[in-house]
Design a protein around this ligand. Structure first.
Ligand code: BGC
Length: 427
C-alpha cells in the first residue's frame, strides 16, 4: 500500500556553509584545520565550491523534485570582525535565497552551524559572557538584510557537545594527541573548550539557550511570519537490562532541558542518525554485532521515528526533521535507509506525532568535520578534483517520494534494489 504523507509535508535536503562552500577562512574551524598537527583528518579547502556553484546545486535539488533547501549563512563571512558586517557576504546569501525562489524551492536558513568567527572563538566561544548579545546582533543584522526565506534555525544541534565532548576531551596519552591539543590551543589562544563542539554543558544551558532565545526574537522581529526554531541532535536511547536508570539520567542531561526550554518555539528541529544503548557500566554505543555505517553508527533507520516519538513526549512544538541520513559508498544501502526511516516517520504521524517535514542530510557529499571527506552522506556525489556532481539513485528515489508526497510500497526495500546501481550517474 502507498503511504501518503500529510498535505503540505516539506521535502528537502540540507547542507551547512563550512561543509560545502569552500575557503571559509575567517572561521575557527578553518584555523584549526591548518594547525600542525591538527585534529582534523584533512582541511576543508575548496569543499564543494558551493559558494560559486550554489545556483547549479539548488537547480539540481529542484529538478529532483525536492521543494525545500536548508543551508546555513556563515557568521565569519557576514561579520568578519566584531561589529563590522560585510555587504558582499549578505548579498551572496540573498542571491542564494533568490535562486531558491526562482526554482520554487523554500529557502530555510540556519544562522549558526558549528563554526564561529575566529574572533568570537578567541573571546571564549559560547562561554564568552557577551556571546548571547553578539549572536543576537548577528541575527538581527542578517535578518534585516535578507528577505524571502521561509524558515529559520538559530543554532544547529545546541546540545551536541553534551553528547560528544567527552570523547573529544579525553586526556591525551600519546605524543601525537598531546601535540594536536597544544596546536589547537595555540590557534584558539586558550582551551579547546572555546570550540563549539567542546563547550561545557553548563554554558550550553545558560549562554547557549539565551543566545537561541535572543537570536530567535531578533529574527522574528524582522520576519514575524517566518517560523523560527532550534535544531537538536536526538538519538534513539536504549538501555541494557538493568541500565534503564542510567539511560534515563543521560536523557535528562542531554535532551530534556533543551526540549523544555524550546517548548514554546514555532517548531523543534530533530536530527537523528542512530540508536545507542547504555550499558550497566554507564558507557554507551552500538549494540554488539549490529552493522555499522562508516561513521561507526549503528545502521538503524528506525531510530528516526523513535527519536520523534521521544521528543513528542517532552515538547509540544511541531517537529521538523531537519537532518537524517546515511554515510557510505553503497547507494543501495542509502535507499534502503531512507525508505525504512520514512516508513517509521509515516507510522509516527499516523499515531499522532505532529511531524511537518523531512530534510535529508546531505544534498552533497561534503566535508564531514574531523573526519574530512571520507564519509559520504550525499544524495549527489562530488568529484574532489573536478567538482563534477553525480546524481545518485537515492536522490532520484527521494525526489519521486517528494513529488507524489507518498512512499510507494516497496520503495527503498532491499529486495527491490538489486537492479539499482551502487553509485550514481554523472550529470
Ligand atoms: C551535523 C552535520 C553533520 C552530520 C553528520 C550533524 O550532527 O549537523 O553537520 O555533517 O551530523 O555527522
Amino acid at each position: 500500500m502507498q503511504l501518503d504523507f500529510p498535505k503540505g509535508f516539506i521535502w528537502g535536503a540540507a547542507t551547512a556553509a563550512h561543509q560545502v562552500e569552500g575557503d571559509n577562512r575567517g572561521s575557527d574551524f578553518w584555523a584549526l584545520e591548518q594547525a600542525i598537527p591538527s585534529f582534523f583528518r584533512e582541511p576543508s579547502g575548496a569543499a564543494c565550491d558551493n559558494y560559486r556553484r550554489f545556483g547549479e546545486d539548488i537547480a539540481m535539488l529542484a529538478r529532483l523534485g525536492l521543494t525545500a533547501y536548508r543551508f546555513s549563512v556563515e557568521w565569519a563571512r557576514i561579520e568578519p570582525a566584531a561589529g563590522c558586517f560585510s555587504p558582499a557576504a549578505l548579498a551572496h546569501y540573498q542571491r542564494c535565497i533568490d535562486a531558491c525562489q526562482a526554482n520554487q524551492v523554500r529557502a530555510c536558513i540556519t544562522f549558526q552551524h558549528f563554526t564561529l568567527p575566529l574572533w568570537q572563538a578567541r573571546r571564549g566561544g559560547f562561554t564568552d559572557p557577551d556571546f548571547p548579545e553578539n549572536f543576537a546582533r548577528f541575527c538581527e543584522h542578517t535578518a534585516r538584510h535578507l528577505s524571502g526565506f521561509e524558515m529559520a534555525f538559530t543554532i544547529n544541534e545546541l546540545n551536541l557537545p553534551a553528547l560528544f565532548r567527552d570523547s573529544l576531551l579525553k586526556e591525551p596519552t600519546s605524543e601525537g594527541a598531546i601535540a594536536r591539543l597544544k596546536a589547537a590551543e595555540d590557534v584558539l589562544g586558550g582551551s579547546v573548550e572555546l570550540l563549539f563542539l567542546a563547550t561545557p554543558p553548563t554554558a550550553l544551558l545558560s549562554q547557549g539557550l539565551l543566545a537561541h532565545a535572543r537570536g530567535r526574537d531578533a529574527i522574528k522581529a524582522r520576519h514575524p511570519d517566518v517560523p523560527v526554531g532550534i535544531t537538536l541532535a536526538i538519538q534513539d536511547e536504549q538501555a541494557e537490562p538493568g541500565a534503564e536508570h542510567l539511560r534515563d539520567q543521560r536523557c535528562e542531561d542531554v535532551y530534556q532541558p533543551f526540549l523544555e526550554a524550546c517548548a514554546g518555539d514555532d517548531f523543534i528541529g530533530v536530527q537523528a542518525y542512530t540508536r545507542v544503548t547504555v550499558r550497566q557500566d554507564g558507557s554507551f554505543g552500538p549494540q554488539p554485532g549490529h552493522r555499522l555505517t562508516v561513521m561507526g553508527y549503528e545502521d538503524r533507520p528506525q531510530a528516526l521515528a523513535q527519536a520523534c516519538r521521544y521528543v513528542r513526549r517532552l515538547c509540544p512544538a511541531p517537529i521538523v526533521i531537519t537532518e537524517n541520513g546515511w554515510a557510505g559508498e553503497d547507494d543501495r544501502q542509502r535507499c534502503a535507509f531512507i525508505g525504512e526511516a520514512l516508513r517509521g516517520v509515516h507510522g509516527a504521524i499516523a499515531d499522532g506525532v505532529d511531524i511537518r517535514g523531512y530534510f535529508y542530510w546531505s544534498l552533497l557529499d561534503n566535508y564531514e568535520w574531523l573526519l574530512g571527506y571520507e564519509p559520504k552522506f550525499g544524495l549527489i556525489g562530488v568529484d574532489r578534483i573536478t567538482q563534477q556532481r553525480t546524481i545518485k539513485p537515492s536522490a532520484v528515489m527521494l525526489g519521486a517520494i517528494a513529488r507524489r508526497n507518498a512512499l510507494a510500497p516497496a520503495e527503498g526495500a532491499v529486495s527491490e534494489l538489486s537492479g539499482v546501481p551502487a553509485v550514481g550517474l554523472s550529470c
